[in-house]
Design a protein around this ligand. Sequence first.
Ligand SMILES: *Cc1c(COP(=O)(O)O)cnc(C)c1O
Length: 491
Amino acid sequence: MSIDTTKDILGQILAQVAEHARDHHEACEQLPILPAKPVSASSMAALGLTGSGIGLEATFQELMSTLVPSLPNSVGPRYFSLVTGGVTPAALVADWLTTVYDQNSILATQNVYSGQTQIEHQACEMFVSLLDLPTTQFRAILTTGSTASNIEAVALGRQWLGATKFGIDYSQDGYDGQVVVLTNRAHATVYKAASMLGIGRKQVHEMMGHLEDEGVLESKLQELARQGKAVMVVLGFGEVNTGIFPRPGAVQRIAELCRQHGAFLHIDGAFGAFARCSPSYAELADGLELADSITVCGHKWLNVPYDCGFFIVRRDLERDLERVFSSSAAYLKPVPGVPTHPMNLSIENSQRMRALAVWATLRAYGRAGYQKIVEDNCRFAKTMHHWMKVERPDLWTVLEEECPLNIVVFQATSPPNKPAAEEEKELEAEARRQEAVVKALNDTGVAAFSGTVWKSRPAIRAAISNWRTNIGKDWEIVRKVLETVGEQFKF
Ligand SMILES: *Cc1c(COP(=O)(O)O)cnc(C)c1O
């Protein structure tokens, strides 16, 4: 079937989509977390590619009857699995328009330039400013997410260290294996970046909180210098299981040591950087401005649609970044007077115009809007943490004494005086039990949590990062679920 260009069919269907979107916008507050009709491999088998195609109308029917009902309600207010975020109304509207106009940001380098880069530039500046970072000192570029941002960071750190330590341009001459990455509660994607970039996962040394201890980093830097190594330090700002940050004052000390020893400092603040949106939490993320580069997620706490991330870099490092990522071709001429195109500062050439959703949500809700989202979400997490720790420790055990931000890590309470013998078997049994608890919680359909391991203990995690989540509306519902499932698994 050839593509039907009859306007009214498309118009009718788009109107139905709009109606569905509006209904879902309200319904997602109450809909179960898990899909009503999960799609199976066998039901999909009948819906594959055919010779002639089935046309728009029939496809729309299949989308609405089979595919869409199989999607979980992760935009709802009680989806606490991973750090998922939602989509603000302004971001949703702008994201639709992004698809309608299907801009490739790369077009801004060509003779059809009409301001796309300017929009992207302003969206990025607004974001840097939201995080209370000086726009004179930092510039942001859009990425597909924090994975890509961490890859950019490790690539930039490697390039800069090659130039400053060894006088080598790795982007031209290749990498010769002298960079070590020291990390403090780093995300798994830092290892992925090290693997992809030829540094190697084994050259990433996770030091947990010890990197913050007086003297530890200094002696490590001296030891590595004696071995002729160059060092990149990666700090986690908001550890994924707990939301933990470095201790007050630690970042300032670490940054000063990095400066003295010529080490590169990257901070992964995928969601933690948003602490700076609220005066009540900003102190946690103090020192972010001392980094050479910063990772932040858009599709998490900014509540724009997947996929969107930010790589924020000190402006005086932009040339090094460009050496790594520039993509020169005869048909990709820059526009004079326009800031360096993101294509030459990031992984992809062709890029979706993510800037429209970022710009719209920041313009619509401003600093106060994001302060409220952060504070509502953190208050929710703290309420859950306090309730578990103080009111119902018989049902739930929190695995961290404090809940600094928006994440609670906990377990269904285990029986006291567990026998020490056969510890490994004990641990396996415990892991199975906690997994069963997560399943029971998620099967209620009311809230979703994820399983994890924290300090070698099987654990459950709730990450609150959706603009919809609110104590007044959602806490009683969640508390009841935690009570019911907790009683079910109580010893
Ligand atoms: C989520 C996360 C990442 C990875 O981000 P993606 O958006 O999944 O690519 C990296 N670092 C931290 C701290 C994160 O929370």
